[in-house]
Design a protein around this ligand. Sequence first.
Ligand SMILES: Nc1nc2c(c(=O)[nH]1)N[C@H]1C(S)=C(S)[C@@H](COP(=O)(O)OP(=O)(O)OC[C@H]3O[C@@H](n4cnc5c(=O)[nH]c(N)nc54)[C@H](O)[C@@H]3O)O[C@H]1N2
Ligand SMILES: Nc1nc2c(c(=O)[nH]1)N[C@H]1C(S)=C(S)[C@@H](COP(=O)(O)OP(=O)(O)OC[C@H]3O[C@@H](n4cnc5c(=O)[nH]c(N)nc54)[C@H](O)[C@@H]3O)O[C@H]1N2
Ligand code: SF4
Ligand SMILES: [Mo]
Length: 652
Amino acid sequence: MKQIKTVCSRDCYDTCSLIASVDAAGVITSVKGDPDHPITRGFLCPRGTKDPQRIVTNRIQTPSIRSDLSGLSGGFRSLPWNSAIDTLADRLQHTIDTCGRESVLFLDYVGNQGTLSADFPKRLWNALGVTQTDGALCSRSGRHGICLHHGKAYGIKPEALLTKDLILFWGFNAKVSAAHLWRLATQARKSRGAKIVVIDPRCSETAKRADLWIQPRPETDVALAYGLMNYLKVRKGADTTFLDNHTLGFEHLAREIEQWPDERTLKVTQVNRDDFESLGDLYSGTRNSAIMIGIGIQKCDQGADQARAVSLIPAMMGIHRGFYYSNSDAYSINSGLISGKAYLTDGGDETEQVAVAEEIRKGRFKFIYINCMNPAVTVPDQSAFRQGLARQDVFCVTHDTHWSDTAKLSDLVLPAPTFYEKEDVVIPYMHPYVIKSNPVIPPLFESKTEIEVMQLIARRLGLAQVWLYEDPMEVLSRAFVDSFENGTFDDLLSGRVLTLKSSSDDTYATLSGKLELYSSTARTRGYPPLPVQGSTRTDEYDFTLLNSAIPSFTSTQFQEVFGAIPAIVHINPEQAKSLGFEENQEVIMENDQGRARVMLTLSGDVPPDVLWTPRQSLDLDDSPMNTLMSPIPQPIGNGARYNSTRVRLKPN
Ligand SMILES: Nc1nc2c(c(=O)[nH]1)N[C@H]1C(S)=C(S)[C@@H](COP(=O)(O)OP(=O)(O)OC[C@H]3O[C@@H](n4cnc5c(=O)[nH]c(N)nc54)[C@H](O)[C@@H]3O)O[C@H]1N2
Ligand SMILES: Nc1nc2c(c(=O)[nH]1)N[C@H]1C(S)=C(S)[C@@H](COP(=O)(O)OP(=O)(O)OC[C@H]3O[C@@H](n4cnc5c(=O)[nH]c(N)nc54)[C@H](O)[C@@H]3O)O[C@H]1N2
Ligand code: SF4
Ligand SMILES: [Mo]
């Protein structure tokens, strides 16, 4: 029995280090969390533990092509790799020759976050200059919002939680979405009596375990942030020395804060007075605090404004970056070198990822290549997405490990190895620890890595750029040349856990070099310089539909081992009763985008005019829930508005 270390490369805050046991026949018999990794500390979530089972279930085994390319009916047949690459390259070249490189779309996300699985393979598409997306599906709006004031969006490092007296999870269901981060918070509670506060319109798993749960109406966090700043200013006084020395524009912010006395804040947010005062007293009572801003807070109409408003609160207490959102911005890695962008003088077009479905439906793209993504479930406006893939003039190639819904709707499907079957280097977005990800077993079936495939295509197209064929590890050694604080890239290759160097908390990459409470960048770009609390809902529909992650799945992954993501919707029991709905009743959720048939679960966790569904599920008719989701990008950062979805309910 051998034990080999690798890294869970899923889009997850925790980026765990794993130890896999492999028997003599090359079968992974078990996996456990690395006890020496500072964040993993020997434990895994349910997905990590079940992964060895997933990697042998529902895999794409061979290159496969749709038997009848004129539509989406009919099955697939296997073909050898060289024929698959020939077919792919011919179609690609033909599309470029006849319709232009802009009619080719490279559509990717981070189903595997590894630099060699997600980033390096972009070299081919960068060399060809095809259309790519802005990658705004997940966290970009919040990041852009926070950057308007702080220059970069990085903040608290996870282990700092162990030293805090107060930890707020704001629109962040950490118990489920970041199990290791949550454990650090509960350790601080145990060891030093830290208080944990959760701010969430629904009683999430994290809220249930908090010392204080604040329940605002959805999309009223700007009001709550201003109200809290008002509370601090009036009851305690803002830290004027800090504000004078490190920030710009407090006079503007102060005028806005004055507009948010307690009464108005409570009216807009519907938070009860006692809870609000407890929050104000707790936050003003210590500078030793952390506001953990979740990605959930910024997936709505005013998502960027919600994230930026909350990020301004710590400055009132004189704290540099007293928040966490994502720490990717803190690291100095030459990512342009990895993706090949560094070699370009002229980039291809960029299109909005959130709005991509309609562009595909309209026929803007004739050739689509998908990597590390399951867009036929996860992007908004699924009716348009699926109509687009069904077009006869669209040829869609998917490179995936598993028969995802997208693979099933593609014309050509290529098998990829899972992270257990290839080497990689994964850069976490929450903690700074990097360890080389080793192959634990050889690639299963006929799978080929993303880099092998992109180089096969490049050779077959006769592309001459030498940088397409460089040795990936050698490229990484240059991209990480000054990235680690305690070792070199060679140390990483030898198996050491290295720590990424981080920018310091008191530097601000803004025009003024200060924390711009009133953002000059926002003004230049035509956004409001201060966050704005917009109106929250119209009466056209009965409910706001929130959606977020559940423990057993990472987005659409792991249905192979845990079954389908349940097609359920939580409704408040009183509300259900008043509408005559019952537990387990099948209902139709609809809006002017589409409809979904789902099963009701009565749950006191949601307020009366809010529904909640596990995200990225299919409904009872196997139609994606994202049929209901708006494809109109947010004004700041182009992010999605999943949590602003309005729906009506009717009996089935
Ligand atoms: N188990 C598991 N973990 C995951 C993932 C997964 O699929 N499964 N996915 C990973 C990925 S890709 C991401 S992006 C993260 C997301 O994980 P988180 O950052 O935790 O974000 P969400 O789960 O989207 O939402 C968190 C909470 O925000 C609340 N919320 C919604 N609207 C508002 C609002 O207007 N104001 C406030 N205050 N709260 C609101 C929701 O009710 C929800 O409980 O998790 C990562 N971790
Ligand atoms: N309604 C609603 N929709 C949402 C959200 C929401 O809150 N509500 N959240 C959004 C968010 S935050 C996110 S991050 C997106 C996630 O959207 P996606 O990234 O599309 O979601 P995943 O299900 O993780 O799909 C990743 C795919 O990558 C494949 N994969 C895994 N490892 C590898 C590999 O090594 N190589 C290759 N080639 N493929 C691999 C998986 O098998 C899977 O099919 O969804 C978004 N969609
Ligand atoms: S999914 Fe996240 S918490 Fe679970 S093993 Fe992977 S990195 Fe760790
Ligand atoms: Mo995400």
